[in-house]
Write a protein that binds this ligand. Structure first.
Ligand SMILES: NCCC[C@H](NC(=O)CCC(=O)O)C(=O)O
Ligand SMILES: NC(=O)OP(=O)(O)O
Length: 314
């Protein structure tokens, strides 16, 4: 495995889940593996979990992580080939990524979408510039299209909470928000859940259809209460329009999950990647109940990152 940017196969998914669970049971068992190596964690956007869990994961493998908050501490990057840089940008991505490639054994990058330029976002333009010019293995810390470390942590969490079920019913439900939010978490969750062979139902108000590249094989059910019937896992997430790109199409507060929504899903465990806006996206009632897996998902981010870094180290 050279880069870690997306779901690749059931076998690799299962291998990473098992490795992550082994690290969770014994976090420092491979302390010698990364000795003398450095991982650079480059953030073009804010983060709590990804920033800290990736550093802990690297340290558990004996590596030295260095974080650069490029959005606040780096030079303004130029992305366009052949640009005459006589405006706001100070350094070209090809120079910056090239330098970072000489400093680090592995680069980990967070680059959110603009939500205004669909073509650039769907091709992961900024993220792929780092891959192109750094010349070292790159881990996605959330790109415009995907958040694979989150999804791996989510699959670990599902596996740990299967309670004997062979084919759990997993539901991805849209939740309201006040801002235009990226598709990456929803895309990746669908991609990994389907890839790992689970039954996935997606529910959202009309107009919020996701890119079919990620949802092919899922059941689309516009009636949220029908979708939630008999669910074992309910993943709550907001996203903005994909067809009407980056737009807020609905803010319908009746979509916010409460106990009432789960009256026909007594066993359902509820998931969210965090950060979550309480009582907008998801109710206190659910988040503070025993249904909630959100803290477990966040904890598993460490072992997801550790498994991925370890696999890249070889
Ligand atoms: N890394 C996990 C989620 C990141 C991002 N959330 C946000 O932008 C929340 C912003 C806010 O609530 O103002 C998202 O949903 O894709
Ligand atoms: N879930 C997640 O990626 O959180 P952060 O944005 O805080 O890293």
């Amino acid at each position: 495995m050279m880069h870690f940017t997306k779901f690749e196969s059931f076998d690799l998914g299962q291998e990473l889940i098992e490795l992550a669970l082994a690290y969770k049971a014994n976090p420092r068992i491979d302390l010698a593996k990364g000795q003398g190596k450095r991982v650079g964690c480059i953030f073009l956007n804010p983060s709590l979990r990804t920033r800290v869990s990736t550093q802990i994961a690297a340290q558990n493998l004996g590596m030295e992580p260095i974080v650069l908050n490029m959005d606040k501490e780096g030079w303004a990057l130029e992305m366009n080939e052949g640009a005459i840089m006589n405006k706001g940008t100070v350094e070209h991505i090809k120079d910056a990524a090239g330098v970072l490639g000489t400093y680090f054994d592995i680069l980990a990058i967070r680059a959110f979408p603009s939500l205004t330029n669909k073509e650039e976002d769907v091709t992961d333009f900024i993220f792929s510039q780092f891959i192109k010019y750094s010349g070292v293995p790159v881990i996605s810390l959330e790109s415009a299209t995907r958040h694979p470390l989150q999804s791996l942590a989510d699959q670990i969490t599902i596996q740990e909470n299967l309670a004997g079920k062979k084919k759990p019913k997993v539901v991805l439900t849209w939740g309201p928000h006040i801002k235009a939010i990226p598709h990456a978490v929803a895309n990746s969750f669908a991609e990994w859940t389907l890839g790992m062979g689970h039954d996935l139902t997606i529910t959202h108000p009309s107009g919020y259809e996701l890119d079919e590249e990620f949802t092919k094989g899922a059941t689309l059910e516009y009636d949220q209460s029908k979708a939630l019937e008999g669910a074992d896992f309910v993943y709550v997430k907001n996203w903005s329009g994909f067809n009407d790109y980056g737009k807020i199409i609905s803010t319908d507060s009746s979509w916010m999950l409460t106990e009432k929504h789960l009256k026909h899903a007594p066993e359902a465990k509820v998931m969210h990647c965090l950060p979550v806006r309480r009582n907008l996206e998801l109710s206190d009632e659910i988040l503070d109940s025993s249904r909630s897996l959100v803290q477990k998902q966040a904890e598993n981010r460490i072992y997801a990152a550790q498994a991925v870094i370890s696999k890249i180290l070889g």
